[in-house]
Design a protein around this ligand. Structure first.
Ligand code: NAI
Length: 469
């Protein structure tokens, strides 16, 4: 069922009438979503205001990421690196006094120098003045060093403070469709920022806000293709007949991947129709069936190998634990966790180097949810599974991560009672549900070569949902 308030917000006349009537209805900002495939100059015609410290080791990689993606960079006067890089790459950068006002697509703050509480005072100066100048649908991105147990307590305090700050900014600006996210960049991850910076600032991430993701080193065999990044890659998606799985297969194919689509034998012919549309292959298989792993390994080998494995198939059987039939417990555990563990064990040895494994978790697996002990156990379980595989496969340059969707408008959530559905949509920073495409874009980002620094992580695609925040 379409979101009435988002539709209303997209209608200028309706907005005007509501304003004139003075009705206390907060309309969510319709999000600007990606309409085409990835481009080299992804952030063309956007203006970023950049702050940071002149001595930062991130200044150069950040300048390259922003300039090469086509944006205009307005930087603090001491950050001359940005002008130098713009001259070298034919981009646009301009030094501005800190108090000069400009209309902005977003604010990018390199906060890697933050190591004591006094350093936090600059946050007030920067955001108090410039946040109101960020346009609707804009972006806030903060890059910082993750607090580590070896840091002095004051340093840990200052760094951890950034997370509370960014998440709160996300809640303050969500009504304007602006997102705010934090990249914890480990020193080894300085060379891994271009992919994440491009993605978090771009239109594919418009439903991702209030998140903190850690960037490590990984195996960087760049330079990376920023357009058609998945050319020559083979991707396998389970549960691909509908919903998030179908959207994911579409976006992976759009970016150049050959797709193998897997879904239950009992399903209608949606799987075959989609496979034909995408030039991929439909594989009718219950992932819990005996021998499913070896069958899929054969399919992958016939397709030329396997680079991207998306564990998307999932089921719910909601009941409080005291009322839950044993069969419902068993089914959910079997599909959502045990089959995924077996398939990963069977398929990961077959994967090529620089591969990507991405599993659909859920915010229920982070926060817990009444009536979902079985589902939440499995969704937390896959987070542990991916963290485990992240270490096991690190040597081969293969990453393993989870995506945790929040409220997404699919057949599944259309069946939810109205009051719960409205709560799922509105109790979030962006005040609306996401679309399957939002999740598909995030999966495709993690599957791309430029996401090599993200490993063993959980990326929430939840619009800043208050559940498990
Ligand atoms: P959906 O119910 O629309 O699609 C799931 C697909 O998986 C179906 O085509 C189904 O036939 C297939 N499937 C189920 N069991 C299977 C099996 N044993 N073997 C092969 N295929 C099987 O679900 P939706 O909403 O697209 O969700 C996709 C994933 O995202 C699931 O893992 C779900 O738990 C997760 N998720 C979804 C959220 C939402 O709001 N829609 C929120 C959080 C997580």
């Amino acid at each position: 069922m379409a979101d009435f308030l988002v539709q209303l917000a997209g209608n200028d006349n309706a907005r005007r009438i509501l304003k004139r009537l003075g009705l206390p209805i907060a309309l969510p900002q319709p999000l600007e979503r990606r309409t085409g495939s990835w481009k080299n100059d992804e952030l063309h015609a956007r203006t970023w205001r950049v702050f940071g410290s002149a001595g930062s080791s991130l200044a150069m990689p950040l300048a390259k990421a922003l300039v090469r993606s086509g944006g205009e960079v307005l930087h603090a006067t001491e950050l001359s690196t940005f002008t130098d890089v713009a001259e070298a790459f034919g981009g646009r950068a301009e030094a501005l006094p800190d108090d000069e006002r400009r209309d902005l697509s977003g604010i990018v703050l390199d906060a890697t120098h933050v190591s004591e509480p006094d350093h936090l005072d600059a946050l007030y100066d920067i955001f108090h003045l410039h946040l109101p100048m960020v346009a609707r649908g804009g972006r806030v991105l903060v890059l910082a060093r993750p607090p580590s147990s070896t840091d002095a307590p004051g340093c840990q305090a200052a760094r951890q403070a950034l997370e509370g700050f960014v998440r709160s900014v996300a809640k303050e600006v969500g009504g304007k469709g602006i997102t705010a996210n934090l990249l914890w960049v480990t020193p080894a991850g300085d060379g891994a920022i271009e992919g994440p910076v491009r993605w978090f600032l771009g239109d594919g991430a418009s439903f991702v806000t209030a998140q903190a993701i850690t960037l490590g080193g990984g195996d960087a065999s760049g330079p990376f293709p920023w357009s058609s990044p998945l050319t020559h890659k083979v991707a396998l998606v389970t549960g691909a007949a509908r919903g998030i799985g179908a959207a994911t297969a579409r976006v992976l194919a759009r970016e150049g991947a050959t797709v193998l689509l897997v879904d239950r034998p009992s399903d209608d012919d949606a799987l075959e129709t989609l496979a034909e549309e995408l030039g991929g292959r439909a594989v009718r298989l219950d992932i819990t069936a005996e021998g499913a792993g070896s069958l899929l390994a054969r399919e992958a080998s016939q397709a030329g190998g396997l680079d991207i494995l998306i564990h998307n198939a999932g089921v719910t059987r909601d009941r409080t634990i005291g009322r839950m039939p044993e069969a419902d417990w068993n089914l959910v555990l079997e599909v959502n966790l045990k089959a995924i563990e077996r398939l990963t064990r069977a398929l990961s040895p077959e994967m090529r180097e620089q591969g990507r494994i991405i599993t659909l978790a859920s915010i229920a697996g982070i926060a817990g949810n009444r009536g979902q002990t079985n589902y939440a156990a499995t969704k937390a379980g896959v987070i542990g599974l991916m963290r485990g595989y992240a270490e096991v496969l690190r040597d081969r340059g293969i990453t393993a991560n989870c995506i945790a969707p929040g409220f997404i408008e699919t057949d599944m959530t259309a069946k939810v009672p109205t009051v719960i559905r409205e709560a799922g949509r509105r109790l979030s920073a962006l005040g609306q549900g996401g679309l399957p495409e939002d999740v598909a874009e995030a999966i495709t980002f993690l599957a791309s070569p430029g996401a090599f620094g993200i490993n063993g992580q959980v990326l929430r695609v939840c619009g800043g949902n208050f559940l498990g925040a």
